[in-house]
Write a protein that binds this ligand. Sequence first.
Ligand SMILES: Nc1ncnc2c1ncn2[C@@H]1O[C@H](COP(=O)(O)OP(=O)(O)OP(=O)(O)O)[C@@H](O)[C@H]1O
Ligand SMILES: [Mg+2]
Length: 279
Amino acid sequence: MPCATREELEQKRIDERGSAMVLGHEVILETHALVKAFKGFVAVDGVSLRVRRGEVHALIGPNGAGKTTFFNLLTKFLPPTSGEIFYHGKNITRENPADIARRGIVRSFQICAVFPHLTVLENVRVALQRSLGTSFYFWRSEKSLAQFDDRAMQLLAEVRLERWAGTPAADLPYGRKRALELATTLALEPELMLLDEPTQGMGHEDVSRVTQLIKQVSANRTVLMVEHNMSVVSSIADSISVLQRGRVIAAGSYAEVSKNPQVVEAYMGTSSTELAGTG
Ligand SMILES: Nc1ncnc2c1ncn2[C@@H]1O[C@H](COP(=O)(O)OP(=O)(O)OP(=O)(O)O)[C@@H](O)[C@H]1O
Ligand SMILES: [Mg+2]
């Protein structure tokens, strides 16, 4: 079994809360043989992976490998053709997107649109209000709104945007917009954050700023991210799963997967060197 890691060979055990434990780490998310076929084309082909609580887990692989489709299965944007998804040991395969969000699985950078005409602070406040749903009306007193502002400023501090609080979102530089999107995601109190190519289209400085932010906000949370930039992956990912043509071809630490000849070949078309782009 070429993609079996040391951990997969390790005997799994179940803790009191029903979550799987691997090497003493709690597994927050686990998929079993997940498949997504589009009219006969198999985009996700039997993916089994485990994400441990508290880690930054990177999902990497060439274009068309099935990474975004895999995310769409996790958030229930798409129903799987077969296979199962477990969250804290509970089978969530048949739950709907709202159930998934309520469990704290939140996808950033696509669903959390930023309203360009609202200020940075207002954007975060809207996200906070939205996270409360209809119970928001309960909060409508001036005092309660001020409490919203306190929480919004805390979130802005977390992504280092305090001094931009009064700026319309449209006037933010690109990298700061991404930081704002991160703040609006944090407003939803995510337990597991799914980030699909968070540094895509960014210049060097923004890449390192957003990378550090992701590292920082991952404390007390779990992050599963699709990322093409190998220096980002090598600097913040605790674990990596490599997808190729819908299958996991390698899993483990950066040091482990970057030496894997199949991974090198998938990326470079040759197995003679290690992965390029490490930093
Ligand atoms: N709704 C769909 N209908 C048919 N085929 C699809 C659909 N969505 C994705 N695919 C196909 O599934 C494969 C995997 O696509 P996916 O977007 O998941 O790849 P990816 O790994 O995210 O790639 P990239 O790195 O370019 O973002 C591709 O061949 C794509 O064309
Ligand atoms: Mg994609």
